[in-house]
Design a protein around this ligand. Sequence first.
Ligand SMILES: Nc1ncnc2c1ncn2[C@@H]1O[C@H](COP(=O)(O)OP(=O)(O)O)[C@@H](O)[C@H]1O
Ligand SMILES: [Mg+2]
Length: 394
Amino acid sequence: MDPRTNPYSPGAGNPPPELVGRDELIEKVSVELDRCRNGLSHRSFLMVGLRGVGKTVLLNRLATDAEVNHFAVVSIETPEKRSLPALLAPPLRSTLLKLDSLAAKSDRVKKTLKVLGSFIGAMKLKYNDIEFGIDLGEEPGMADSGDLENDLLELFVQIGLVAQERKTAFVLFIDEIQYIKEEEFAALIMALHKCTQRQLPVMVVGAGLPQLVGQAGEAKSYAERLFQYPAIGPLDKDAAQKALMLPALEKGVEYTKEALNEILLQTKGYPYFLQEWGKHSWQCAQASPISEADAKRASTIAISELDGSFFRVRFDRLNPSEKKYLRAMSELGDGPHRSGDIAHLLKKQVQSVAPTRASLIKKGMIYSPDHGDNSFTVPLFEGYMKRVMPKFEK
Ligand SMILES: Nc1ncnc2c1ncn2[C@@H]1O[C@H](COP(=O)(O)OP(=O)(O)O)[C@@H](O)[C@H]1O
Ligand SMILES: [Mg+2]
């Protein structure tokens, strides 16, 4: 069918034509945000899930909704190599300026901009990735000690006071939070904790890979009580069907039941794969309804495309022992797998492959759903490992 009107939208962070299956969580976040703004008890969120389940698009949607509802929003993504202060400083400034222009000029906002200036000044000495050309002035004795935990806390408290004065809440959205360095995560958690204790309207809504839960606990033991950790998973059958059908229906195109079944079987309801399969099914079909044969052809094309791109870029980042480790995991079939079983298959001691396991976790290829267990973070990667390394060798 016409590629010009193909509605599907595969790709990292690409908003789907229809964001299905997340209404409950969207409502839950909205309730907590309103409670936070109203000075009531609330808990922040760290949403966890594998790659391609839709964390980024959900986070963006939540941030947009919050902005529309007049929350003071800052959105950042933690890339592997930048410090939290470097990421935070520029959007914090814009958000503060926006708060200032909302109503009559506020002395508190002016003071907080200066506290931000102090913070930037102190952090510049510590983190050389802060590029900030604008001079905000300084507030001596506030957020200028050079100790991240202390300074971030003082900065957040000031921002909380501004938000309170402006009858709103400050909400920090952070994507890919598993890449944050432990000391920075600890400082963030502590700053949030302080605001919570002082009943200031400050909230964090983060998203990241599943190892995030353990990282938060390691950074600060009380993190558990500060956050709720909604799991973002594959879509259930009903939602997955809607993700495929609704965008097509809008263009007068339908699917046969068998076509839907084939796609659900292949994609296991993973949102990114649903978009890929939807796109290819549309391309393969001559006319509505999209048939099982169209869906099957789409499967062949989608898998070979994923092998050449999505899976391939991840595979190329691995060293030989990491590849062997993952190949052993896929040899064991559907996960999760015990570290001991993987080592056994590799004819190695658990301790001797522990560094390989650790680096795979660090690279975000595998995670530990339970102590000593291992699963792929990328859905369907298991099958790919078998295709790319057909023979298992110890
Ligand atoms: N709820 C959803 N319904 C339908 N498609 C979705 C949904 N969430 C995400 N997608 C699609 O899945 C893909 C991956 O989304 P993304 O947010 O980048 O995932 P993640 O951040 O978890 O890796 C995108 O193509 C997006 O359009
Ligand atoms: Mg993402």
